[in-house]
Design a protein around this ligand. Sequence first.
Ligand code: NAD
Length: 265
Amino acid sequence: MAETAGSLRYRDQVVIVTGGASGIGLGVLQVFVHNGSKVVFCDIDEKAGRDVETNLNVKGPGECKFISCDISKEDQARNVIETTVQTYGKLDCLVNNAGFHPPHRPIDDFSTDDFRALNEINVLGYFTTCKYALPHLRKTQGNIINNCSLVAYIGQSGAVTYAATKGAIVSMTKALAIDEAKYRVRVNSFAPGNIWTPLWERCARESSNYDKTIKTGKDAQLLGRFGTIEECGLVCLFLAADATFCTGININVSGGAELDYGFKN
Ligand code: NAD
C-alpha cells in the first residue's frame, strides 16, 4: 500500500463500498481510506465489518464507518445511503461490490429459487443502492462503480446463474450511464478475473481438487497469477478520481485472461 499512501488522490470525498468487510470490497476500502476518503462500508458479516472499522481507522489518513446490512433488503440498503448522507452531508461515489458466487454446477442442478435468491443479491442489491444514491450523486456530480466480473463477458462453465447476474450489471451500468449523463454523474464498471479472496478460496475448497483448481485459476491469467484486492482498489480509485471523461466503460482487472484465443506457439 506504500505507493498509494499519502497521495490523498480522493481526499474528503464521501464513498460507499458494499461488501467491504472482505475480499475485493476490503481492497477498495483500503485504497480509498489511504487516499483520504471518508468511506462508509456495509456488509452482512457484522463481526468482520466491526474488525475492519477498528483496524482501518487507526491507519487513516481517511476514515471508515461500518453499517451492518444485507444488501438484498431494500430498507437496509436505503438506510446505508441515507445514514451516509446524514453523517457526512453528501455522497461522491458508490462502489457496488457485495455479491455471491454459488458453487459451480450444470443448469440442471440449479433451482429457480436458487436463481431468484442470487438475483436478489447480485442484481437487485446493485439496483437498490443506485436508485437511492443517485439523488445525492446528482448534487455532487459524483460517480458509480459497479463490480461485475469477466465471466459477464466470456462466460464460465458451471456458472450459468452467476454469469447472468453479472451480465445484467454490465447492461445496467451502460443504461444508467446514458440516463445520468445529463446530471454529469458517471457510471462505470470493472470486471475482475481471478482475484485471490475468501470467496475464491471457498470455491476452490468446494471443487473436486483444491490444488488443481488453484493452478487453473492462476494459469487462466496471462500474467500467471491471481490478482490482488489492492489492484482492484487502485482501478476503482482511477475510475473515481482520474477517469473524469469516462462514463459507461468497463475496465478488466484480469491479467489478460480474455486474450490469446486458442493458438499456442
Ligand atoms: P468475498 O466473499 O471475499 O467478499 C464479499 C463480501 O460481500 C463479504 O464480506 C460478504 O459478507 C459480503 N456480502 C455478501 N452478500 C452480502 C449481502 N447480501 N449484503 C451485504 N454484504 C454481503 O468475495 P469477493 O471475491 O471479494 O467478491 C466480491 C465481488 O467481486 C462479488 O460481487 C463477486 O462476484 C465479484 N468478483 C469476484 C471475483 C474473484 O475472483 N474474487 C472475480 C469476479 C468478480
